[in-house]
Design a protein around this ligand. Structure first.
Ligand code: SF4
Length: 273
């Protein structure tokens, strides 16, 4: 069972840290100090960045927190650099474009989503009213590269009808929409509406279970794990998720390439298992 309370978190992660320390011989001097798994409660959302495509958090920004999650974050940021998520292709309606991208990226690679988005941009259709006015067959044709185009066209129109009358959607409202699950809802809330929801995806589950930090697979429990143990900061959540995706794509694939991974010294994954 994953951590769902502060004391439990501390116990579980202390055990994890002990194991990691024993495995890697790490100590404070090595940069991964004793694990005080701080449930940092910082920062309300006032003054959060409003830029959506360029978020940079310099390493060392959170000197108060000594958590493993932040150390991992800083290692990833140092290795990969800022990821500039969410990528915006058309400047006319970035909030809506992020929502469209979050729906189109379900069950497909981002490269395919970009092709679909470019088709929409060429048709001047990153606009909720134009999407709603567009004949279904035309919309399906434009988003075809993203796959599941019948289903996605229907979901896109349903979301767009909602979007026009709900400029500040809640998580519950989004989850009530057909075809919007937790990952899509949280991507929309975090990247389009700057709300502090940590996005969990298959990459996050794979990387952090290999690191030995999680066992749970339920979305809400995993999200709680990150949100309870990181400063509640939109820019951090955005960059962290993007860095996890980058790590999974570059090194921690189905067959991991651990030799060059920036987390190899703390990872519990046994290549021979
Ligand atoms: S060391 Fe290997 S298994 Fe661990 S996170 Fe890196 S690539 Fe994944």
């Amino acid at each position: 069972m994953l951590i769902d309370q502060g004391p439990v978190a501390q116990l579980t992660l202390s055990a994890t840290h002990k194991a990691l320390t024993e495995k890697s011989g790490m100590d404070r001097a090595s940069g991964f100090g004793p694990l005080i798994f701080a449930c940092a409660k910082s920062a309300d959302e006032n003054g959060e960045e409003t830029r959506r495509s360029r978020v940079q958090i310099p390493p060392g920004s959170y000197s108060k927190s000594d958590s493993m999650l932040l150390k991992i974050y800083e290692s990833l940021l140092k290795h990969f650099g800022p990821q500039h998520w969410w990528p915006i292709n058309d400047k006319t309606n970035p909030t809506y474009e992020i929502c469209v991208g979050a729906i189109l990226t379900q069950n497909t690679a981002w490269a395919n989503v970009e092709k679909a988005l470019n088709n929409l941009i060429k048709s001047n259709a990153i606009d909720p009213r134009k999407i709603l006015a567009m004949p279904d067959e035309k919309l399906k044709k434009l988003i075809r590269p993203a796959g599941f185009f019948n289903q996605k066209a229907e979901r896109l129109k349903a979301f767009t009808r909602f979007f026009l009358t709900n400029p500040k959607p809640t998580r519950e409202q989004l989850l009530a929409l057909k075809g919007i699950g937790p990952e899509t809802a949280d991507s929309i809330l975090l990247y389009a509406f700057n709300k502090p929801y940590f996005v969990i995806d298959a990459y996050t589950k794979r990387v952090f279970s290999r690191l030995g930090l999680i066992k749970e697979t339920q979305y809400e429990e995993l999200q709680k794990f990150f949100e309870q143990n990181l400063p509640k900061k939109v820019s951090l959540y955005k960059e962290y998720h993007a860095l996890i995706v980058e790590l999974a794509k570059k090194y921690c694939g189905k067959i991991p390439r651990c030799d060059k991974c920036p987390l190899k010294n703390i990872c519990k994954y046994d290549l021979n298992s």
